[in-house]
Ligand binder design. Structure first.
Ligand SMILES: [Zn+2]
Length: 355
């Protein structure tokens, strides 16, 4: 009897999470896509580098969003595509700390670790390398979860655990970012908030104590803040490095909520639209869009592009071990075709800027 109750409780949990259940997503707010394709410039060296990370975003998330947007996405405008292998140093299925560290620093580490190797050696991220001499680029982060969460933290923190929030917050205060946007204000004291603002030299917008709410409630925060970040960073005399994260594609997929997972992917695509339009007048830019891993094991069962309706299910509430898409445009974009390791993405970016 006890065993039966335990089984029913477990089954109840699985049901509530929506795993295995086919969910219909329809009537999502539709958006237009950037009209012109951003060309590949194989010869020019980029002044600016923009890395966009859809946390947990697989090809299936993208195609479900594509159906719901009537068969068009800004992601489709990207002239170069590839795949990234996402496994970490100690697991076939990575978490966001090891995945973020691979994308930020170009090294594999163990799940849970940030900005350091599995044996504890601190790693330099793209942001710190491009800020340093001889590059002197301004650096920025725009996310929708806490700014101390694993993905953004991989660009500035070095710690054995992604859950050392106080230490991560302290390390952000010492980092040279001139744009800091997301949630997570609750991790900082008022003195630390002052330190982040650098005498009002930095643009800091932490819009929530912890994570910002999901896209339907958040509105156009990510697109609007992306626009603002570009306006701030383009003033930099030596160009900039900007990381933009669609943070909650992952969270919605952990919750096995198809509607929110699609809403978050569409929101990320709208932010990409802002970047693509900006790149029309700033072609001296390299843009790379990818994911740190896949979340939820999404399957597409049916639907209709004309009706903007898709039927999807989740296989799990965890991350999975599949390769994720890579998209690139602008200066040096040709380097991102084919199948690559996640660690090669920042290595290639650095090589393109440094050469
Ligand atoms: Zn996750």
């Amino acid at each position: 009897m006890k065993r039966m109750v335990a089984f029913l409780l477990m089954a109840g949990c699985v049901c509530a999470a929506g795993v295995g259940k086919v969910q219909t997503v329809e009537k999502m707010p539709q958006h237009e896509v950037a009209v012109q394709c951003v060309p590949v410039d194989a010869a020019a060296k980029p002044r600016n580098v923009i890395l966009m990370i859809g946390d947990g975003m697989s090809s299936e998330h993208v195609w479900a969003a594509w159906v719901c947007n009537g068969g068009k996405l800004n992601l489709e405008q990207m002239p170069v595509t590839g795949f990234s292998r996402t496994f970490s140093a100690n697991r076939l299925v990575t978490d966001s700390a090891a995945g973020g560290t691979a994308l930020a620093c170009g090294h594999k580490t163990n799940n849970g670790m940030l900005g350091q190797t599995a044996d504890g050696r601190a790693l330099s991220s793209l942001a710190s390398r491009l800020y340093a001499a001889p590059y002197h680029k301004a650096v920025g982060l725009v996310v929708t979860k806490a700014i101390t969460d694993a993905t953004p933290a991989a660009f500035y923190a070095h710690t054995a655990s992604r859950y050392n929030t106080a230490e991560i917050a302290k390390q952000l205060c010492e980092a040279p970012f001139s744009v800091i946007v997301g949630g997570g204000s609750g991790a900082f004291s008022s003195e630390q908030m002052q330190a982040l603002r650098k005498n009002d030299q930095a643009y800091v917008e932490l819009a929530a104590k912890e994570h910002c709410p999901y896209a339907p409630e958040r509105g156009d925060f990510l697109a609007r803040q992306t626009e603002r970040a570009l306006a701030e960073l383009e003033k930099s005399p030596r160009g900039f490095f900007l990381m933009i994260e669609g943070s909650e594609i992952d969270t919605a997929s952990h919750a096995a909520d198809a509607r929110l997972a699609v809403a978050e992917t569409l929101d990320f695509d709208r932010a990409l639209g802002v970047v693509l339009r900006w790149m029309q007048s700033h072609p001296d830019t390299l843009l790379v869009v990818t994911a740190d891993h896949q979340t939820g094991g999404i399957a597409i069962h049916g639907g209709s592009v004309q009706e903007r309706k898709v039927k999807v299910s989740f296989a799990t509430t965890e991350h999975t071990g599949v390769a994720v898409p890579v998209y690139a445009a602008g200066c040096g974009a040709q380097m991102f075709t084919g199948i690559m390791d996640n660690t090669q993405i920042p290595q290639k970016i650095f090589q393109i800027v440094a050469e």
